[in-house]
Design a protein around this ligand. Sequence first.
Ligand code: GDP
Length: 421
Amino acid sequence: VESKEIFKIVVVGHVDHGKSTVIGRLLYDTKSLPEGAIEKVKRISKETGKPFEYAYLLDAFEEEQKQGITIDTTQIQFHTKKRDYVIIDAPGHVEFLKNMISGAANAEAALLVIDANEGVREQSKRHGYILSLLGIKKVCVLINKMDLIDYSEEKFLDVKSDMDIFLKSINVFPQKYIPVSAFHGENIALRSEKMPWYKGDTVLDALDIFEKDKEITDKPLRLPIQDVYKFDNRRIIAGRIESGVLNVGDEIVIYPSKRTSKIKSIEYWQEKDRTTKAEAGMSVGITLFDEFFYKRGEFITGKSDEAPLVGDTFKANIFWMSENRLTVNKRYKLKLVTQETECEIAAINKVIDASTLFSNDDAKEVNTNEVAEVVIKTKDKICFDEFRNNHVTGRFVIVDGYDISGGGIINGLEILDAANK
Ligand code: GDP
């Protein structure tokens, strides 16, 4: 059986602008809903006298998933002829932004939904900013609820222009702006007859046109160690290959220790299926020819690959979500792929309000929903890459107590560590 390509997307936008309705409609139009879901929602809305809502379909979908054996209950799927789509997380979830920032929701493309009647609002901009921060370059803006403005081209162009000015100023260049009515299914899967003035793609066509990033396997090998298991006297290193490829016999270097060895075997953890080659996206178990001490958090990379950065001070852009403001010289926990260490903010260089773009060069703290350019100092040396070189090993989250309070991307080492030269 040939498995179809999987493409992960995220749906963002201001509350009530129609994100859930867009998702519900995509599921409905592509016949991806669980059996009986639509009838059930129709029946309930009739019984309770409340209007039918596509958003309720998502609840039905999640319920069904919880009964099955799925790894992540918040992943919603639909299918087109071209490929399988996974919509990461549900927009109403409290954890939504956290998942996006932490990379748990590593989306390849985004749909940004704006209510045509309300126009660009605070969260439309803030979510746009997060797409920019996370380097999500494949973006479609859906101007929704066109039915409420009589499918007017003029109003569509107004909202489009407002959003375009904002997005351009933060280096987001959407491929498309699509006028839709998610509720009525106009321009979602089917071309709308209500808007003959619009000659562009439907949402589904626009998504299918996006090509997957392929270059992740061409990048330097990064296999952050998740665990080391002892098994019949063998030590098996388990982890997920975040970029690059790995072959039996390859010479590798482990950072930060810089020890070298060779790959003896690659095994798939569950299937016990030995192989000689594995690549980005796969979780593997490997054995090495040399059995020195290696531990969780260390990076395995190829000997001829460009080395990761190693250090304890780096420049970063962070997005702060916690209600407790971020301050300098307070201790936080920093998590970067499988590494975990204490950290503090050594300097706040600039703070920006993500929706107004107002920027302050001598702020002493970072408040909820603000973006900041900071210098972070970690207690232990860690391995990482600049975000522009690697989207996984170049990003981190900051934990205050037990909760993710913020997250960010690394712009570079602040003080070059001697080990890198
Ligand atoms: P979310 O908070 O962004 O997920 O928004 P929802 O999808 O829950 O939608 C908010 C409200 O707007 C609901 O009552 C929807 O039925 C309504 N809505 C969504 N899309 C449309 C549309 O295209 N036209 C109209 N008239 N209402 C819509």
